[in-house]
Write a protein that binds this ligand. Structure first.
Ligand code: ADP
Ligand code: MG
Ligand code: ZN
Length: 510
């Protein structure tokens, strides 16, 4: 198969996402008062409503409707005041009612959009549009709707291979998840590259986390996506036949699955074949997609308005009360970090994308000038993040106090210590919660920026190497590195490169 960027020169990829998010932060299910809890003993959180007993009556969860309205407002959707729930025919043991309660043609949230900013790295796949100065670009992705539905229970198949139903001897069902409120966001087919799909999903996750409506755990399946993709010749405006990748559970799988599917479709089309409309499954291990089912006709779910649930008539007051609860969203926060702390766009975006990290940054940086704020940002984005990722923890659980990180940033900003020494101080901060200033003193790090000591070293080196000094002054300026290296060696690698470099240059220039 051809490489993705090669394929994208001739073909335009058209991608639309369907993103499901379980509203895991709610206390109770969508239509009953059973608790929502991941990992509880099977079938301990059930009642006549979520078990689909005859005669049981559903009552909508107001907090869930507030959550979906929040999601809609945060993604620039119109909020539809008059909507209702439908029954979608669905016979499978994981849904005891034999229908799923979901929304019809009109959902609570309609016609929204998100703007994406693709960094230079992510922009490489987009071959057809001009890029900004730094190689980035922005693009607007339409959101068709966000509708509310309920999740099904969870099946476990025993005795077959890899938990699949084929060949299984027995199947178990756990209804704890049945009736968990789910919101499904459907995009317009506006995405053009796997990187855009990944960026959309990442941005949406940041927004939902900021709103606090879902834990968005992709491993546990509370956030998952279906990726729809088709190809058309560059210049054509007609839509090609799409395939759909189901239940993608990581950003990498979303990107890689779509990239594979684009290359596969191109190969089929270029060899004169046709794309069948089918649902496919991405296998990350084997790095390929396989057919799950072929769609020959439109599904007929026999949808009809649920007679047990009255249509909604959301009041302006209800919507405005929800709007008043909107927190500062990642884009606005990024803008504010650039303006109030003088951070570059990249740093501001990285920090603003995570509620906890953003809070930590502000606590550390609120009294500092731009130079120190930039050092704090560097420490968080590069060093602390690497450590929290490695240890599967978060910044607030790292044991680092924001004030201590600010102290360390100040020592870096005024060149008391080098960035290499900074890493050592940070390690001590994380491990022992030590005070950066005391650590620097007790480990003699200040001496290595003691300019008079370094000046003396340089002078001695120049006396010992008169030929090199002469050669430098005769134009071989590369010899600056020799003197720097010697000083650094004498300091056991602990010197501050910036300080040493400045002194060496000054002395050599005479
Ligand atoms: P389906 O009925 O197969 O679920 P929908 O029309 O509901 O299809 O669209 C589902 C998703 O697929 C949406 O995100 C939509 O933008 C996207 N989509 C629709 N047609 C295409 C196409 N030809 N190529 C790529 N994506 C598409
Ligand atoms: Mg679909
Ligand atoms: Zn229940």
């Amino acid at each position: 198969m051809k490489e993705l960027t090669e394929v994208l020169k001739d073909w335009e990829a058209v991608i639309g996402l369907e993103v499901h998010a379980e509203l895991t932060t709610l206390k109770t299910k969508m239509f009953c008062s059973c608790p929502i809890e991941f990992g509880a003993d099977p079938n301990t959180h059930t009642c006549p409503v979520c078990l689909g007993m005859p005669g049981a009556l559903p009552v909508p969860n107001k907090a869930a409707i507030e959550s979906i309205v929040l999601a809609g407002l945060a993604t620039n959707c119109d909020i539809e005041k008059h909507t209702m729930f439908y029954r979608k025919g669905y016979f499978y043991p994981d849904m005891a009612k034999n229908f799923q309660t979901t929304q019809g043609p009109l959902a609570f949230c309609m016609r929204g959009h998100l703007d994406l900013e693709l960094s230079a790295k992510g922009a490489a796949e987009r071959v057809d549009i001009p890029k900004n100065e730094g190689g980035s670009y922005t693009t607007r992705i339409g959101i068709t709707r966000i509708h509310m539905e309920e999740d099904a229970g969870k099946m476990t198949h025993l005795g077959g291979s890899e938990g699949r139903i084929d060949g299984a001897e027995r199947s178990l069902v756990d209804y704890n998840r049945a009736g968990t409120p789910l919101i499904e966001l459907v995009t317009e087919p506006d995405l053009r590259t796997p990187e855009e799909a990944r960026a959309f999903m990442q941005k949406l996750r940041q927004i939902y986390l900021t709103l606090g409506i879902s834990d968005c755990s992709m491993e546990e399946g509370s956030l998952r996506a279906d990726g729809n993709v088709s190809l058309r010749r560059r210049g054509s405006t007609e839509l090609g036949t799409k395939t759909e990748l189901k239940n993608i559970n990581s950003f990498k799988n979303l990107h890689d699955g779509l990239a594979y599917e684009i290359c596969r479709q191109a190969e089929v089309l270029e060899s004169g074949g046709v794309i069948r409309q089918e649902t496919r499954h991405w296998e990350p291990g084997a790095k390929r997609t396989i057919v799950m089912r072929v769609k020959e006709t439109a599904d007929d779910y026999r949808m009809f308005p649920d007679p047990d649930l009255a249509p909604f008539d959301l009041s302006d007051e209800f919507i405005e009360n929800v709007r008043a609860k909107l927190p500062e969203l990642p884009d606005a926060k990024k803008q504010r970090f650039m303006e109030s702390y003088g951070l570059p766009a990249y740093d501001a975006g990285e920090l603003a994308g995570d509620v906890e990290v953003a809070e930590f940054f502000e606590e550390a940086a609120h009294d500092e000038d731009a130079a120190v704020a930039k050092k704090i940002a560097n420490l968080i984005i590069n060093d602390v993040s690497a450590w929290t990722n490695e240890n599967a923890t978060t910044i607030s659980k790292s044991g680092i106090a924001p004030a201590a990180l600010a102290k360390l940033a100040r020592l870096l900003a005024d060149d008391t210590i080098s960035s290499k020494q900074g890493k050592e101080v940070l390690a001590a901060l994380i491990g022992e919660g030590s005070d950066p200033e005391e650590y620097v003193k007790s480990h003699g790090m200040e001496q290595t920026t003691d300019t008079s000591a370094i000046e003396q070293m340089v002078e001695e080196l120049m006396t010992a190497n008169p030929d090199k000094v002469e050669a430098y002054r005769g134009g071989k300026t590369g010899l600056q590195g020799f003197f720097m290296g010697q000083v650094m060696k004498q300091l056991g690698g602990q010197g501050n490169p910036k300080v040493i470099s400045a002194i060496v240059t000054e002395k050599l220039e005479g």
